[in-house]
Write a protein that binds this ligand. Structure first.
Ligand SMILES: Cc1cc2nc3c(=O)[nH]c(=O)nc-3n(C[C@H](O)[C@H](O)[C@H](O)COP(=O)(O)OP(=O)(O)OC[C@H]3O[C@@H](n4cnc5c(N)ncnc54)[C@H](O)[C@@H]3O)c2cc1C
Length: 531
């Protein structure tokens, strides 16, 4: 074991590992990249994290640079949870610390997964209504500002987080809270590093007021940079909270250790409705009509996905195969059973004559479940290479969707492969998974070429490739060049304020570089199942 790992191991309750097979496990995520860390730290508590950060600071005084990348479940699709220094895995920081069912608040460690949290809350009749991968950790949902597919109805993670505790770059902890102006001096008056964060952020906002107002007024949904600076000072009272800066920060400003979340009443009855349309325009007209019914989820799928799934024996059999072209719309309602039934009837009424639709009943419920596994079959199809997540979670405004899909057909021809869109209409957040042969030089060159061309296409249609999740490492290749000089200066100043020694996840967001990315594109395929 190397000296640094051994020293840390002696001082932490948790573990530090540097054996090659363990490092290998933490060297990949759901992205096209692979970066092997020098060691993996698995903290057992917040003190372990503070000690590690303080130790990294001491090392930097001796000119040894050992940056820290925090990792939740390792499902990032841009390589934002990979690093070549310490990878700090939050897997043991997964305790649910308090559930207060009366005030509907829950306090958790940041490594708790969404699935663990909601299973525990269900016992109290509560839920945090975020609908994404149940393995996602709560810390990363904030750090990745993930747009989930129920966000159209429930507003997403931002709406549910009350406060966080984070370890900042000196190794101190801080708790966020919203302070009214008269009370802010409690924080700005502190002589600690935390006090400096409050003073300097306040100053940054004052000096960049016009730019921040401009960022806040933009229509495009885009999680790149530190755009949540727009939410630090809020409303007429000019109240102040550092919490928004942690959204989309991807472990670059601090390590989130604990989170207090607000919950909703759990509604277990979910009814689905699916309809097939020959054209996107017909699908879209229908979707617009049923939006006022406020479904929990409103998803769109290129129906060709199901043709692929049938090859694997995964035919949801909701429709005859003749419908496996065009688009599927899936709506989920989560009201009381009678209200669900009423809403689904309304959907049927709004359906155009030539479209086919199926309402979920007790008898066909299994087929609806098979629909989701059919999509998983498609994503894990035995293609020439691998369906790699390089442009997942992009944003296309509804009014541009139809033209975007028409132009995508041209891209399919250029690359001679099907590029099937799937995603959430209610959040305008979609994905496609190109088939890439990462084991060849051409395949690896394709990653960057496609990323850049796809970004152009998305922007032509008023969207952004960082609508659903931030740029991380891979997408930063294009987003960094899109920021104006003024924006870059603002974002860099935020980063320098919070992390003057650049020890937190330095290779992502503004710190990403093409050379680093090219060096780290995987040369082999992921061994696990996607999704
Ligand atoms: C199959 C699949 C489906 C997905 N579907 C969606 C979707 O529908 N919508 C969507 O938005 N995203 C989706 N994602 C993306 C994924 O949900 C997010 O990337 C999620 O944040 C990953 O969770 P994680 O715990 O694995 O985080 P990781 O990948 O481990 O980390 C993500 C980022 O958060 C940082 N981070 C993690 N924990 C902390 C912490 N405690 N403090 C500070 N920073 C931290 C990491 O450094 C990293 O930058 C999907 C991913 C997969 C693989």
């Amino acid at each position: 074991m190397n000296k640094i790992a051994k020293y840390l191991n002696q001082h932490l309750i948790g573990n530090v590992f540097d054996s090659p097979q363990i490092l290998e496990k933490y060297s990949t995520d759901a992205s096209a990249l692979k970066i092997t860390p020098q060691m993996v730290v698995i903290p057992e508590n917040t003190s372990d994290i503070c000690r590690t950060v303080k130790f990294v600071n001491q090392l930097s005084e001796k000119s040894v640079y050992m940056p820290i990348t925090v990792r939740g479940s390792g499902l990032d699709k841009t390589g934002a949870d990979l690093g070549d220094g310490i990878v700090m895995s939050m897997e043991h920081m997964n305790k649910i610390l308090e559930i207060d069912d009366r005030s509907r608040l829950v306090r958790v460690q940041a490594g708790v997964t969404l699935g663990q949290l909601n299973s525990a809350l269900a016992l109290y009749g509560l839920t945090v209504p975020i609908l994404t991968n149940s393995l996602d950790t709560i810390g990363s949902l904030i750090a990745n500002f993930a747009t989930d597919s129920a966000a159209g109805k429930y507003n997403g993670i931002y709406y549910y987080v009350d406060q966080v505790e984070a370890v900042i770059s000196t190794g101190e902890t801080m708790q966020t809270a919203r302070y009214s102006r008269p009370h802010l001096s409690r924080k700005t008056g502190l002589t600690s590093f935390e006090g400096e964060l409050y003073r300097e952020t306040d100053q940054i906002i004052e000096e960049n007021n016009d730019l921040i107002v401009d960022l806040g007024n933009r229509n495009t949904i885009d999680a790149s940079g530190y755009q949540m600076i727009t939410q630090v000072v809020r409303d007429a009272t000019k109240s102040f909270d550092l919490l928004p800066l942690f959204y989309a920060s991807q472990g670059t400003l601090g390590i989130i250790t604990e989170v207090i979340l607000r919950c909703e009443i759990f509604q277990p009855e979910i009814s689905h409705f699916v309809a097939a349309f020959e054209s996107i325009n017909a699908a879209q007209d229908f979707i617009q009509d049923i939006m006022p019914l406020v479904p929990k989820e409103l998803n769109l799928y290129d129906a060709r996905m199901f043709k692929t799934a049938v090859k694997h024996g995964k035919d949801p059999a909701l429709f005859a195969p003749k419908f496996y072209k065009g688009y599927f719309v899936l709506a989920a309602f989560d009201e009381k059973p009678r209200k669900n039934a009423k809403k689904m009837k309304k959907c049927l009424k709004l359906l155009p004559n030539n479209a086919a639709a199926v309402i979920e009943t007790e008898d066909n419920s299994v087929e609806f479940k098979r629909l989701k596994s059919a999509i998983r079959s498609y994503l894990n199809d035995d293609v020439k290479g691998e369906r790699v997540a390089i442009v997942d979670d992009f944003y296309i405004p509804t009014e541009h969707l139809s033209n975007f899909l028409t132009d995508l057909k041209t891209v399919e021809k250029t690359y001679d492969q099907e590029l099937l869109v799937y995603g959430s209409f209610s959040t305008s957040n979609y994905s496609i998974r190109p088939d890439i042969q990462l084991n060849s030089v051409e395949g690896r060159q394709f990653v960057l070429k496609f990323l850049k061309e796809f970004d152009d296409l998305v922007r032509e249609h008023g969207g952004s490739i960082t609508g659903g999740t931030p740029e991380g490492r891979l997408k930063a290749l294009v987003t960094n060049s899109l920021h104006t000089e003024e924006e870059l200066e603002l974002y860099q100043r935020i980063k320098d304020t919070f992390d003057p020694k650049n020890i937190f996840n330095p290779g992502v967001k503004l710190g990403a570089s093409e050379t680093d990315i090219v060096r780290h594109i995987r040369t082999s395929y992921l061994s696990g199942i996607v999704e």
